[in-house]
Ligand binder design. Sequence first.
Ligand SMILES: [Zn+2]
Length: 366
Amino acid sequence: MYLFKLLPISIVLLIVLAPLHKLQAQDKTFTVIIDPGHGGKDTGTTGTKRYKDKNEKDIVLAVALEVEKIIKSEMPQTKVILTRKKDIFIELKKRGEIANKANADLFISIHANAATYKATGTETYVLGVHRNKTNLAVAKRENDVILLEEDYEKHYSYDPHSPASIISLTLMQEDYLDQSIRMATIVEKSFSEVGKRRTRGVKQAGFVVLHQTYMPSILIEIGFLSNEIEEDFLRKKTGQQKIAASIVDGIKKYKKELEKNSIKDSNSHASVNNNRIFKNVTFKVQIASSSNRVATKSYNFRGLQNIERVKVDKFYKYYLGRTSDYNLIKQLQVKAVEKGYKSAFIVAFRGEERLSVAKLLKSTPQ
Ligand SMILES: [Zn+2]
């Protein structure tokens, strides 16, 4: 009896709350994932071998915990999640799963470098095709951990013995490449300006861990444990704090930039018309763009159907949907974003001609 009375009220509430919920989704809590590389049976690089007590896995965990501490005290509005807080082995795909499940805004994997030549400095990677042998060597070293995982052949479309297979890894992250490069650039600048470290800049290589995430993702090499001076610096708490402070400085600046851009975006969409059918205009949602030709099967696109592939110059563009109803395409865009294509955007065409969506929305639909 009581239930009977309550039921309609809850339905009404749902209807009222639904649009509110959508609005609030935009200013959801900014969530950053900090991923300390390696752990457990996977030590990472062992450095100069002058010390036996601390390897890459221990040093990057210490830095990650410092990052967490600083974010909690200086960025109370930001949620921070560590993929591991202890010395345990975690598979690469699990790290991505943690980030995707949290619907995070940023993924930062922290590692320490090693080289057979004399090298110093920090470098930050985004996923991509390696430009040279050195970048490939770094990626290969960090990817080799999957050999320690059980059944890795089943879980990854990557063959650690064939560097060429890295190329097929890049497609999904291309959606987020611009933002990943931006974050990588900001954090390298913070290393040099705030941390007074030597920066080796932003690089691209095929890291398996970066391929697992649906958000802007970077991998930081905080310095060379193969170099005695840097190894000593990174082993010390003060060194770890300096590195962590630079990373947090980068996160703050990146977040600020994002907030500025989203204000601009929402302004440009103001004063739109209610009638949203545009004759002779075809709207589509662009969900990816890549140099790889991928079959337009739904299993390649997280279950999304009606995917269209169009070759433009050297790139393949992947579109979802085709309609002259802006409201309908907007719904499809939301669906694509929910499926993980967070930067999916609407494009408009008249015949072959690409149109500006912003201009269309300001004009009166015919
Ligand atoms: Zn590593």
